[in-house]
Design a protein around this ligand. Sequence first.
Ligand SMILES: [Zn+2]
Length: 163
Amino acid sequence: MSETAYKSQTPYHKKESSVLVICCSGYDFLPYTREFLEKHLGISEGSYDLLAVPGGAQFLLLTEYLPKFAWVGHRWVKFLVERHRLRKVIAISHEDCGWYKDDRLVPAFLQKFGVGPRSLKERQREDLREIAKSLQRVGLPIAIEAYYAENHPDGFVHFTKEV
Ligand SMILES: [Zn+2]
């Protein structure tokens, strides 16, 4: 028989969730994302569904280049929204995201958007708007919000609303 390795400090209490947060799993921005959700949007830990994967909701846009990623992603979102009767999806991407800088994906982005003067930041912000459209096309009865997080020159993480 195995011994308990750890016991929670508070008893199990199931809260209701009405929101799905899709963000990047990157360790560096995740603590600030959680803080933003709790302090700014009033969504406390344990009261939202979290889908944290590399690159965040960008997987929804990979229908042509990585169709299996996109297919699985759409299934996850649909499953969670329907199963938990969610009313809102919040997509958050962040500055300097490693997913966007990966060599295996950059050519795909360049093909899709062309080699232009736009910065990575502009591409990511444009992706957030496309992600919102992609979620709308799924036809689920949900509200959609999208935010971009960046390490501001003041040394703090700033979140801007894109959708
Ligand atoms: Zn990232």
